[in-house]
Design a protein around this ligand. Sequence first.
Ligand SMILES: C[S@@+](CC[C@H](N)C(=O)[O-])C[C@H]1O[C@@H](n2cnc3c(N)ncnc32)[C@H](O)[C@@H]1O
Length: 296
Amino acid sequence: MAWHQPALAHEVVEFLAPHPGQVVVDGTVGTGGHSLAILPHLLPGGRLVAVDCDPEALRLAEQRAAEFAPQVTCVHGNFRELPEILARLGISQVDGVLMDLGMSSVQVDCAARGFSFLKDGPLDMRMDPTQGTTADELLTRLSLEELAGILEAYGEERFARRIARRIVQARREQPITTTGQLARLVREACPAAARWGRLHPATRTFQALRIVVNDELGALEALLRHLPDLLAPGGRAVVLTFHSLEDRLVKRAFVQGAQDGIWSVLTKKPVRPTPTEVSQNPRARSAKLRAVERVS
Ligand SMILES: C[S@@+](CC[C@H](N)C(=O)[O-])C[C@H]1O[C@@H](n2cnc3c(N)ncnc32)[C@H](O)[C@@H]1O
């Protein structure tokens, strides 16, 4: 099994600055790469609460962090409900919160999860396969207008209307149930010049559908609303984003919180991976790290 290679792992530890005895939440534990880098700094006496909405990711993280078992509490849940998750554990405030948004490479690389246009699989795209609506259900249900709107808003897709029209036309003949089918339809809908560029023409369509299927921006907004109350005085939050829609929300919330005297922003500009890291881990290329420290 090839684990997800965590982006900006050194920088995450540097900005989170975990100390022995602290309580830290990894709200997107994935397969535990960042958590494993944080855990040794919490010893002795500290605790890591590891949350993920994907039960399979959580199982792998738990296995990988077995040597730290007494220090780790794994919780299946959505980070939008972090206050409730922590309250159930008897925790009201924490010293650190890490959010590494988006999908893990373990999810992308598994054809059966339906995240990748490079692998044929069912059009699912749910990070939490135990609940919610799949991408193929969305494609069946949405009107042409709704589809075009989603592709424009969440994919910033310039051929949104053409793609939406092609999808609606195709689904009259046959339901669209696989990633391969959708990737082909998107390519056909794009003008010839855009079909074979550097970026696969289906990249933005898949991003848009994934964001809607998982209500990614809604979850992030909820988390950002809860963050001021969750952080103990002096506590730090570190957020890694992978596209401009997420980064805009984080930047705005961090600036607003600083103006309200809640925290100070530790990253005037977002921290980006070095060219060396990108060459070793190409999936880190669009990562942006922002961090804040709760005012004491
Ligand atoms: C980029 S991966 C995290 C990788 C992790 N930092 C590591 O080093 O392995 C993002 C993870 O967040 C999870 N996730 C995404 N949205 C979530 C949400 N709203 N609540 C809980 N987990 C979420 C995904 O299932 C995925 O496992």
